[in-house]
Design a protein around this ligand. Sequence first.
Ligand SMILES: [Zn+2]
Ligand SMILES: [Zn+2]
Length: 135
Amino acid sequence: MKLTSRKVPTFGEQRRAGRQNDRLQAPAMRSRYANIAKLQIDLSFAGTSRPPPSPQSHSFFPPARAFFRFACPCSECDGEFDLSASVAELSEVKRPSARTASGRMSCEGVHFRERATATPCPMALNWRLVIVRSD
Ligand SMILES: [Zn+2]
Ligand SMILES: [Zn+2]
C-alpha cells in the first residue's frame, strides 16, 4: 500500500478550521440573544505600515449564528479578534432600543509561528457594535 503525500496543515489553517467548526456549534442569535432584532459589527484595522486592510461590516439577524470571533486580516497571522464578551455586555443594556459600544484591541497572533522568524502581529482592531433590540 502506498501512502498518499498530504500537505500538513499550518497552525493558521488549523486555527481557521477550528473557528469554522466553532461557528457551526454556536447557538442561533434568536436563542442566545432573544431580544436582539439586529446586531451590526463594524471592524476597521490599523497598526501596519502597509495600507490597512479594508474595513468590514457584519450584520447578525435572529437566524444567524451567535458567533463573534473574526480572523486577523493579516495573511501570515494566526490571530483572531474575539468580540463575544463585548456583545454579551452590550446585550444587557436595556434602553434605549438601539445601543452602541466601541473599542480597540490588539492582535495577539504571531506571524510565521512555525518558522524561526516568528514575530508578533502589529495589527489593531477598532470595533463598533450597534444593537437594535426587539423589545
Ligand atoms: Zn494578526
Ligand atoms: Zn499581522
